[in-house]
Write a protein that binds this ligand. Structure first.
Ligand SMILES: [Zn+2]
Length: 347
């Protein structure tokens, strides 16, 4: 299985990582950015494996050197996946591959302090020790400062791999000390393939579900069944048919939307795709996401002018921002629903 080609659909990151290994130039710190579920973690692990694969021996003298990366020799330098080192990393039991994740909402100073203590010693057995810090943007200031010290005086034979959604989410002094590799959203085709392969979803549902996942595999587990399509149909029926005159019904719908935060965020995404589809349909009817309900989209596109669509889009964006900022869910939902259905009311 492994090798860098296993980094699904991320051709450029795979190419860059492959080049590091092939040239034996391992940077001190990497920053992988991109939305959740596009393979950053998996890539970090694969890279840690490649750095230590017993079948793969880069020239140790050049580790962490500043030799420029070239892209001549195209052969793969990915890990074998079967040697004892690769197997230990795959099974999460390699002593020199350290993973740090937020504990609760944050990565805490104590976690970074513990890490510093470990890194003060030499690696046990790894050629290159790998520290994978997931969601590095969740580090509080104290933790960030402690990490910065590590980046300023990088420990011997160690690579730090940070992952985050956006480079701008990190403290600038940290981001600037890492080599940045951007991961793209997964293509619809690749997502659909993975749904069929790993979740046993049938082809036609996989197409629709992949379209709804907005390029991220981690968005798909929640929708890897027909209930997600049902949910979409319910949401769209309500939002298109409710009118301001039925305030009670609007508020009841808002209440149902706001019961669960993640579910609410997910509903917003569906609304966003829907209104985008309506806008896109006018010019490129073959480029809409919800192909299976294109009749409904066509009808809706006759009713919505662009100004209204843009304002609905903005309302959804504002609601999303408020939810992420821990605003009251019920209130956010009520405001959103009333604004979205406003243009449904005749006159
Ligand atoms: Zn190996």
């Amino acid at each position: 299985m492994p090798g860098f080609e296993s980094i699904t659909d991320q051709i450029r990151p795979a190419l860059i990582l492959n080049t590091f290994i092939r040239n034996g130039v391992i940077p001190h710190a990497l920053l992988f950015t991109g939305m959740a579920g596009v393979g950053k973690q998996a890539a970090a692990r694969t890279f840690a494996m490649a750095c230590n694969c017993l079948e793969n021996r880069p020239d140790e003298s050049s580790v962490n050197s500043k030799k420029p990366v070239s892209s001549e020799k195209p052969e793969s330098a990915g890990p074998c996946g079967v040697c004892s080192s690769c197997r230990k990393i795959l099974s999460n039991s390699h002593p020199d591959v350290i993973e740090i994740k937020p504990s609760g909402p944050y990565i805490r100073i104590s976690q970074v302090r513990d890490l510093c203590e470990i890194l003060a010693f030499k690696p046990y057995e790894a050629r290159i020790r790998a520290v994978i810090i997931s969601d590095a943007q969740t580090m509080n200031t104290a933790a960030g400062n402690a990490l910065l010290k590590l980046l300023e005086e990088p420990p011997d034979r160690t690579i730090l791999i940070l992952t985050a959604t956006e480079k701008s989410d990190l403290i600038q002094t940290i981001a600037s000390r890492c080599q940045h590799i951007r991961f793209n959203p997964l293509s619809r085709k690749k997502l659909a393939e993975r749904l069929v392969k790993s979740k046993g979803v049938d082809q036609s549902s996989a197409g629709i579900l992949a379209a709804m996942a907005s390029g991220s595999f981690s968005h798909t587990p929640a929708l890897s069944d027909k209930s997600r399509i049902k949910k979409r149909d319910w949401l769209l029926n309500e939002i298109e048919s409710l009118s301001l005159k039925e305030t009670g019904k609007c508020l009841a719908f808002a209440e149902r939307l706001s019961r669960d935060r993640d579910d609410f965020l997910d509903s917003l995404e569906i609304f966003q795709i829907w209104f985008r589809d309506i806008a896109v349909f006018k010019y490129y009817p073959d480029k809409i996401v919800f192909m299976d309900i294109s009749d409904k989209t066509q009808t809706a596109s006759l009713r919505h002018n662009e100004k209204v669509l843009i304002s609905k889009f903005n309302e959804i964006r504002v609601a999303r921002k408020n939810i992420l900022a821990n605003a009251n869910l019920r209130l956010t939902s009520e405001i959103l629903v009333l604004r979205l259905v406003q243009s449904n009311s005749p006159g």
